[in-house]
Design a protein around this ligand. Structure first.
Ligand SMILES: [Zn+2]
Length: 419
């Protein structure tokens, strides 16, 4: 927290009159002067007002925007061309929710919704139950009418109303309504919006900067063991195409969409070299957009030759993503295995690479992740055996090492005496 900045009055004596000026130091230690007229009383009022505004960020030299509504409008306007429409929708929703929260007022902000609108108190509509007074509760536990009213109030609030305290209260309130992941995403969004506004010198500070994200529960990573994959391949013996798909997915780590896009003529059947292109339904190359290749191992090529049955062109697997998913999940059930999806084969691939000491950077390149964090957090489960084997590799964990250690250090008296 910066120290309170003083603004003082300065009398400027001129030949015919005396004017009063405000003087203060800006962040860059340069002194600024601003004339406020010839009336001392008026000047003193201006001084007090300006000192308050300077220290709370309201209307400071840098901050142009007056209200939260202006901030939201400006952000959406300047971002319209440069961010994806989907991102803009998320930003708009987060800004609206935050504006409505500010518009609620301190008292309503602290109240719980308890199955009724936080403002008008009308009970939440229960599915299949008809109560004339009940309403559907939306964001912040408010009915549509009260939300709209709070939003309007929040949009009229001055920017400093979005203080770090209110920002922290907002995140805490959201955590009672939405998942940790959603609350974190909203927080990241608002941090970015305010950061951009500070960079544009539209507001003086980022109220969300110091608000911490909450820890998210780690999702368990489902991987298949070699035995499970064998059982799954056996359960596909009637459907050779699916069998080849399972083996190819498990041994390349490719995404389902990437495999389904593969054409027979794309694959170099001598080397097994297969370029992957991940296309969305509209034909756009999705994800990182970089070209990546995988290799079909000899056994995968063998299974594919059987599945293709002499076909030399067209898609190897002419299925939709949903179709592939359905076939796979049914085969898992036939094999009597715990539920798994085709994407779990990608996690299996990644975890197996890690178990065999393949560096994360290599795994990242093979999987086509843009960031190594994705590889490490969502794809690689370290099996218990690997962890135990690592612990056993400690050089001083061997019995002989322990005996000599206790002798030298005088630990474990009985050994020391007998030695
Ligand atoms: Zn209401």
């Amino acid at each position: 927290m910066a120290a309170w900045r003083k603004v003082w009055l300065w009398r400027r004596e001129q030949k015919t009159r005396t004017t009063y000026c405000l003087r203060w130091y800006e962040d860059d230690f340069r002194m600024r002067t601003k004339a406020v007229g010839t009336d001392k009383e008026h000047a003193e009022g201006e001084r007090r007002k300006f000192e308050y505004e300077l220290n709370t960020g309201a209307g400071s030299a840098a901050a142009r925007l007056r209200t939260l509504g202006d901030l939201a409008d400006e952000h959406l306007r300047v971002s319209a061309g440069s961010v994806r429409p989907a991102t803009l929708t998320i930003q708009r929703a987060a800004l609206e929710t935050f504006c409505a929260f500010v518009g609620l007022g301190a008292k309503a902000r602290r109240s719980e919704s308890n199955g009724a609108c936080r403002v008008c108190g009308r009970p939440e509509k229960v599915k299949g139950e008809a109560r004339p007074e009940s309403v559907r509760l939306g964001r912040l536990g408010l009915c549509a009418g009260c939300f709209a009213e709070a939003l309007e109030g929040g949009r009229k609030s001055r920017v400093p109303a979005a203080s770090p305290l209110v920002a922290a209260e907002f995140v805490a309130a959201r955590l009672r309504e939405v998942s940790r992941a959603t609350a974190n995403k909203e927080l990241r969004t608002l941090q970015a919006v305010f950061r951009a506004a500070v960079e544009r010198e539209s507001v003086a500070r980022n109220a969300f900067e110091s608000v911490r994200r909450v820890r998210e529960a780690q999702k368990r990573i489902r991987t298949l063991t070699a035995l499970e994959i064998n059982a799954l391949l056996a359960a596909c013996s009637e459907d050779r195409s699916l069998q080849a798909f399972v083996f190819a997915a498990a041994t390349t780590g490719a995404r389902v969409g990437e495999l389904l896009n593969l054409r027979v003529e794309d694959v170099d059947w001598e080397t097994g070299d297969a370029p992957l292109v991940n296309r969305e339904s509209d034909g756009h190359v999705s994800k990182s957009g970089k070209e990546r290749r995988v290799w079909f191992l000899p056994l995968a090529r063998e299974l594919l030759r059987i599945a293709l049955d002499g076909r030399v062109s067209g898609k190897i697997w002419p299925w939709s993503v949903y179709g592939a998913h359905g076939r796979f999940v049914r085969a898992v059930a036939r094999a009597g295995l715990k539920h798994a999806t085709p994407h779990d084969l990608r996690r299996t691939f990644a975890s197996d690479l890690q178990a065999h000491g393949v560096a994360s950077a290599t795994a990242k390149a093979l999987l086509g992740h843009a960031s190594i964090t994705t590889t490490e957090q969502h794809y690689t489960a370290i099996p218990a055996e690997t962890l135990r084997a690592a612990a056993e590799r400690l050089s001083f964990a061997r019995p002989a090492a322990i005996v000599s250690l206790s002798y030298r250090e005088g630990l474990g008296r009985s050994e020391a005496r007998t030695a």
